[in-house]
Write a protein that binds this ligand. Structure first.
Ligand code: UT7
Length: 314
């Protein structure tokens, strides 16, 4: 990360998984008092995927990342699973995923809501800095299980999916140039889910704070990286609402065209959304070696996280 680091780290492979079942806005029109036009106009979502378990989706994404990297899975030292929807209260779903992938390593869940993947990625760089060789970071969610399917304010937004990245030790300083994590617990009541209950959300309060939190996290990480917003090639934001991303980009002075967006087909998959958008940009050939990427998210809590990385090109 800096010249003081013992070991640098870089992202070497991605993997993603989405359930087969597609739930369209037209499907939702039959379930609650809404319209596809309203959902598209207010959120940018056209359809989303639902199904599976958090461990199952996480393992699918993790397996793809392992295969693409060509590494020996036994060289993975740690599995960090960012999720707000563990399959059980105990044990950590990361342990289930570890078993599904046949890994011999440490495993833990991380709940920083929708910022979780970026928190996990930053933590992975820290573990490698302290001596680990490889860390598998996964963001995976089955939010459909927390949604009240009679509440039109939330059921149109949330969905299921997973995205994974392998972070490994490298010569030199590595790919992470700036980062920031934050939380504002005073806003807890704006978005929460009690045990055995469904998601409660004050949409407008989250919207307003999200725009500010994204801008703040982005600026802090850019400052650490000694870069200006204009020097970012691609923004990979949390996929909660197209309008939140547009407003944040406007405040940062970054053209919206520089963002990778998948929300139209995934909905809000919380901690899976950033790796899903990153994979989409990579598949579309939108990132090349040396590009500077800004990964930035926000979520319940009210957490936020940002990371400025250089794309390795692998
Ligand atoms: O990962 C973080 C998770 N959460 C978020 O990021 C949520 C952030 N907030 C948002 O994305 C937006 O606030 C929403 C998409 C949730 C809502 O958009 P909005 O433009 O803020 O709408 P609103 O809440 O101000 O509601 C406007 C109207 C209301 O009706 P009245 O009071 O004006 O008559 C709502 O009852 O739209 C109504 N409404 C709906 N109408 C049709 C709320 N949900 C729906 C719906 N279909 N699904």
């Amino acid at each position: 990360m800096t010249s003081n680091s013992l070991f640098g780290a870089r992202m070497v492979a991605l993997g993603t998984a989405l359930p087969d079942k597609v739930l369209t806005n037209q499907d939702l029109e039959k379930m609650v008092d809404t319209s596809s036009e309203w959902i598209v106009e207010r959120s940018g979502i056209h359809e989303r995927r639902i199904g599976g378990t958090t461990a199952g989706l996480a393992a699918e994404a993790g397996q793809i990342a392992i295969e693409r990297s060509g590494i020996d899975p036994q060289t993975i030292d740690l599995l960090i699973l960012a999720t707000t929807t563990p399959d059980r209260r105990v044990p950590a779903t990361a342990s289930t995923v570890q078993e599904l992938l046949g890994l011999s390593c440490g495993a833990m869940d991380l709940n920083a809501a929708c910022s979780g993947f970026v928190y996990g990625m930053i933590a992975a760089h820290g573990f490698i800095n302290m001596g680990h060789q490889r860390v598998l970071v996964i963001g995976a969610e089955t939010l459909r299980r927390l949604v009240d399917w009679t509440d039109r304010a939330t059921c149109i937004l949330f969905a299921d999916g997973a995205g994974a990245a392998i972070i490994e030790r490298t010569e030199g300083p590595g790919d992470l140039h700036g980062w920031h994590v934050n939380s504002n617990g005073a806003l807890e009541e704006a978005l929460y889910c009690d045990f055995d209950a469904t998601i409660q959300m004050s949409g407008q309060a989250i919207f307003k704070n999200a725009v500010l939190a994204m801008e703040h996290a982005a600026r802090q990480s850019l400052e650490m990286a000694d870069l200006s917003p204009a020097e970012i090639d691609l923004v990979v934001p949390h996929q909660a609402n197209v309008r939140i991303v547009e407003a944040s980009c406007k405040r940062l002075g970054i053209p919206y065209e520089k963002t990778s967006m998948v929300i139209h087909r995934t909905g809000n998959t919380s901690s899976a959304s950033i790796p899903l958008a990153l994979e989409d940009a990579w598949q579309a050939g939108r990132v090349k070696k040396g590009d500077r990427l800004l990964l930035v998210g926000f979520g319940a809590g009210m957490t936020s996280a940002a990371a400025v990385i250089t794309w390795d090109g692998k």
